[in-house]
Design a protein around this ligand. Structure first.
Ligand code: ADP
Ligand code: ASP
Ligand code: MG
Length: 439
């Protein structure tokens, strides 16, 4: 069985939902994972924000506007009278819940319950659409099987056991539909897999049912060799290894949630990235066989904080780095890049929620400098450190002030730290130097 995930744009309009219906209706059994219609999650976040800051009128206005969009979607999608009535009743229920939420006192749980409505709506409407076409379809509520534990990691055994049991109860269906993104936490309360988390839902399901393949259907023809939001003339990459895809996703290639390949790499389940608007395009295949060497792609991750830790006592002293790392360990903060000299260590973090405490601890034994608003620009490929063309990337040193370079930590990744204001220039120039092979 295959797992097909469709993102926000793919289900973002009646026209696009009809495209998705064409793709999934091929007579093969499958699990279909859907995101919320594009714009919905952002809107739900804005509603939760308004409730948090007691801006009740603003929240109600947004809820009514969103309700209208869904009423229009039902009009365009469902001609069958009874399905249209069923869909309207469900949508009314959701929007009544949202309206009632404006009178509740704000909590993190309320926010998560509000955010969950986007995927609940899209899957309900899409199920009605397939029912209208007489397709044997079953809606699997993600909250009945998707769960994270107290470390916020997926509880894989729970997921596998409950998903398999649920599918057995609906074994006469051709297409199973479920919500991406949403899950329960360790206390059984509504939570989610973070922004973009539907990709992660898809591969978790893929691993749980030992799928033949996981397909991520989106609005672009696969992973491009640079960020198409900032750079012109990027092109799709046909094949990536799990390692390459994982690095690109972690370092900012928005097309994939950072954890997407984690569940499937161990069982070598292939992941295919496809374009819903152009299904004939090859896209990108991520599997264990992609080993051509050289730089394959460039990505960038924002909101990075650089911390310089300077101490004269570091000179020839052992144990200094351990002391530094212990501080980050205490505050459960992951370090991305690190460079050292005789008297200083520079490192980067992307989660700065404990920054003040970390700095306070470090100041007990070193002088600390903090630079916010940095970006990691990451070049990824197989064996790139040894590749004969790799030197070309260093031409970028003449264009931008690079704060840190990490080269040789692995053969597959070279990372540059630049101020975020220089990110686009860095990406554009690297594109010229690396892929147009300017010597
Ligand atoms: P979906 O809603 O389908 O999950 P996303 O917006 O999360 O879609 O991801 C697709 C978008 O990712 C593309 O439209 C593109 O702008 C962006 N993107 C960023 N980096 C890359 C890249 N290297 N290759 C392809 N797309 C990328
Ligand atoms: N709807 C969620 C988001 O916008 C999850 C997803 O699209 O993958 O982040
Ligand atoms: Mg996404």
């Amino acid at each position: 069985m295959k797992v097909l995930k469709f993102g926000g744009t793919s289900v973002g309009s009646v026209k696009n939902m009809l495209h998705v219906k064409e793709v999934v209706d091929d007579g093969q059994p499958k699990v279909v994972v859907l995101s919320a219609m594009s714009g919905t999650t952002n809107m739900l976040i804005a509603i939760a924000d308004s409730i948090q800051y007691s801006e009740t009128n603003k929240a109600i206005e947004s809820i009514n506007r969103l309700h209208e969009t869904y009423s229009e979607t039902i009009e365009g999608l469902l001609i069958n009278q009874s399905l249209s009535i069923k869909a309207k009743a469900y949508v009314n229920e959701v929007f009544n819940f949202l309206l009632q939420s404006t009178y509740k006192s704000y909590s993190h749980l309320l926010r998560n319950e509000i955010l969950a409505q986007g995927e609940l709506l899209s899957t309900f409407l899409f199920t009605c659409l397939l029912e209208q076409e007489n397709i044997k379809v079953a809606l699997l509520p993600a909250l009945d099987f998707m769960r994270i534990d107290k470390t916020k990691e997926p509880d894989f055994f729970y997921i596998k056991k409950h998903l398999q049991a649920l599918m057995e109860t609906k074994s006469r269906s051709d297409i199973y539909i479920t919500q991406g993104f949403i899950c329960l936490d360790e206390n059984g309360q509504v939570s989610n897999l973070q922004r973009g988390g539907s990709d992660y839902t898809a591969t978790l399901i893929g691993a749980a049912i030992n799928a033949k393949e996981v397909q991520i259907w989106t609005d672009i023809d696969g992973m491009h060799n640079n960020d198409p939001r900032y750079v012109e003339y990027t092109s799709p990459i046909s094949n990536l290894s799990y390692d390459e895809a994982a690095e690109l996703a972690y370092f900012g290639a928005k097309i994939l949630h950072p954890q997407t390949v984690t569940p499937v790499r161990q069982d070598s389940i292939p992941v295919r990235l496809k374009n819903t608007m152009c299904p004939e395009a090859y896209g990108t295949l991520i599997d264990a066989n992609a080993f051509e060497s050289g730089i394959k792609a460039i990505a960038a991750k924002d909101n990075i904080t650089a911390i310089k830790i300077k101490s004269a006592r570091m000179l020839q002293a052992h144990g200094f780095l351990k002391k530094v790392f212990d501080v980050f360990e205490t505050y459960e903060t992951a370090i991305d890049m690190i460079t050292t000299s005789e008297v200083a260590v520079s490192l980067t973090i992307d989660d700065d929620s404990s920054l003040d405490m970390i700095v306070k601890e470090l100041e007990k034994f070193a002088v600390i400098e903090v630079d916010k608003n940095q970006s990691i620009v990451c070049l990824v490929g197989h064996s790139i450190v040894h590749h004969e063309d790799t030197f070309k990337l260093f031409q970028v040193l003449k264009d931008v002030k690079i704060r840190m370079i990490s080269y040789g930590g692995s053969n597959n990744n070279i990372s540059l730290l630049v101020p975020t204001s220089e990110k686009v220039t860095t990406l554009k120039n690297l594109q010229r130097y690396v892929f147009k092979l300017v010597s």
